[in-house]
Design a protein. Sequence first.
Length: 261
Amino acid sequence: MTTIELDTNVTKDKRLIINHDTTVNGKICRYEDGEPAEFIPIEDLTVGQLRRLDCGSAGNADFPEQIPVAGARLTTLDEFFEFVRAYERDHELPHPILFNVETKFRSDHSLEEIYETARLMVNTIEAAGMAARSTVQSFVPEVLPEIKKLNPQIKTSVLFKPTAFQGFLLKLGFNANRDSIIQNAAAIAVNIISPHFLYVNPAFVNCCHEKCIRVLPWVVNEAKTMERLLNYGVDGIISDYPDRLSRVYANWSEQRAGGAV
């Protein structure tokens, strides 16, 4: 594993906090009295208010292998970078840890919010000295050129998710909107295209590589799908199960070395 993928939201007091959803998730977060938290937009709460939530005790039913950590609190992106720097000082690692940081937006976001998020993201990454080690990704492509304008050293990745109908077509073997998402990625000069794994086939990977765009599909949790994508030539895989992916990759690499693949 080379990279930690994480999602960020802008808080009411204009800081980037690590949280998957644009709202507090009442299914896994609790108030200090143990009551489920309300589904309040992150942008309406300060870091101080968010810190009062326990988001580790309840666990997450969608991830039964996950181990609950009682009292776990939300953390800001700058605090996370500080933690990683301290960890790297105290541990000998085979390679520096890389970061893939997603920017989250409400569906009705404004252009001003895009500019604000880009500025906060770049300032936070630069202050931590992590520009060369960071990729910023988003389903909102407009934010990515702004990131590049502020710091060309930071890599960018555009995310794509098919509609239900597009996903149905892809499963049946049709092209759906493969061509258009590659064109859109090339138009904003991203380093990486990160599509839902249903988009990815050998032709898709080859087309992206011809345009010097790396391919990192998400979210890939089944071993057979991981192996298939590796055979397609993807440049990386985003997974909820890094232990599972590590085993698949090790086996796949061994087979290739032995000429079996």
